[in-house]
Ligand binder design. Structure first.
Ligand code: AMP
Length: 364
């Protein structure tokens, strides 16, 4: 394998940002790029992807198709991605042709819950207790290690919005859940009785500069993010702690772009890292209206080698996801906030169809 191509000068206006993945995150990235006078090319395995509607250049092909990946790279100045299930081999291949941000090594580390959690621990940061599980016997043994309480069995790869997860309250249940995963490698995590959930969205530039947004307090329903609230209930010291955690992670990965760090806030005030998303994050959508520079613009700035924008928040905000058939109420929703619809045809249960952000003057 040859050396990855480096971005040695900023992508100039008129240049092309290549985005792997065509969902709503890709759509909002493409719109942010357009605002900066940059073009985008979107590569997605599906037809009719939400991001295709807002860019002139798009490709439908498998993420493992070298010929199509090469055509895509040839048309771009820099390549990024909007979801983490891109094959690392494809990112490695692309990185020999064009600068790729974030890089393949960061994605590789974070695609697997076991390497991700070992990495977080190696930085001296807290996580829930976790144990690798491959067989029902492993699951029983791991459950015993939890020494009481419940656990969550999670597949190491390809999980999102609670998919590939099962809450277990006995060794038997842990073993059955492992069988149901049909041999997919997993981890058993201790169930954290957190006070609430929070997340911090932050960016690191090509030059190592760093900018973090105010952490959001997050409410989940059925494992799907329902609402993000800023300001959160975190104290100023906890806010700094959350932002320092994000910086430590970003520096250690030599990360370029925006990342989201999901946190459990424990009753004693300490923060545990639940998950790191190597991309813009749903809990950062409020930045579109409440900040000088949104997470989408910030990501484009970072990957294009531009100076990072100002992440400061000028308003309080509550962002709510619009899920499944809730989108049918778009007309009444449009009366009460900043409405974003993602252009998806099929309002399947659990599918994120849009979001709405309501602002108030900043209180703290
Ligand atoms: P994840 O896919 O790991 O982000 O998990 C989705 C959601 O499940 C989290 O946002 C939590 O609400 C819940 N969850 C995941 N892991 C744990 C845990 N170890 N303890 C308690 N709740 C959890």
């Amino acid at each position: 394998m040859s050396e990855p191509v480096k971005l040695d000068a900023p992508v100039t206006p008129g240049g092309v940002i290549g985005i792997l993945g065509g969902g709503q995150l890709g759509r909002m990235l493409a719109m942010a790029a357009a605002r900066l006078g940059l073009r985008s090319s979107v590569y997605c395995s599906g037809y009719d992807a939400p991001a295709f509607q807002v860019t002139q250049e798009y490709i439908t092909a498998s993420y493992g198709d070298p010929a199509m990946l090469k055509d895509f790279a040839d048309a771009c100045d820099v390549v990024t991605f909007e979801f983490e299930n891109i094959p690392v081999a494809s990112l490695d291949y692309l990185s020999e042709l064009r600068p790729v941000h974030p890089g393949p090594r960061a994605l590789e580390m974070l695609q697997d819950r076991l390497t991700e959690k070992n990495f977080v621990r190696s930085l001296g940061l807290g996580t829930a207790p976790f144990f690798p599980v491959e067989t029902p016997e492993d699951a029983r043994r791991a459950f015993a290690e939890l020494k009481g309480g419940a656990g969550i069995l999670k597949t190491r790869r390809l999980g999102y919005d609670g998919k590939g997860q099962a809450k277990v309250t006995s060794a038997d249940e842990a073993a059955w859940a492992c069988e149901a995963f049909a041999g997919a490698p997993a981890i058993l995590e201790g169930f954290v009785e957190f006070a609430y959930e929070a997340s911090v969205v932050a960016a690191r530039g090509v030059d190592g500069s760093f900018a973090a947004y105010d952490p959001a307090e997050n409410v989940h329903e059925n494992h799907i993010l329902r609402r993000s609230i800023v300001p959160s209930s975190l104290s100023p010291a906890q806010v700094k702690n959350a932002q320092d955690i994000a910086q430590k992670i970003a520096d250690a990965l030599d990360y370029v772009g925006v990342l989201g760090v999901e946190l459990f806030v424990q009753k004693d005030g300490t923060l545990l890292v639940n998950e790191i998303a190597p991309r813009v994050h749903n809990s950062g959508h409020w930045t579109l209206e409440a900040c000088a520079c949104s997470q989408f613009e910030q990501h484009i700035r970072a990957v294009a080698g531009w100076p990072l924008g100002d992440p400061s928040r000028h308003s309080d905000a509550v962002m709510e996801n619009i899920i499944g058939a809730e989108v049918n109420a778009w007309e009444s929703l449009a009366k009460g906030g900043a409405l974003h619809l993602y252009g998806k045809q099929d309002a399947a249960p659990g599918r994120k169809m849009g979001h709405i952000t309501r602002l108030k003057p900043r209180t703290k």
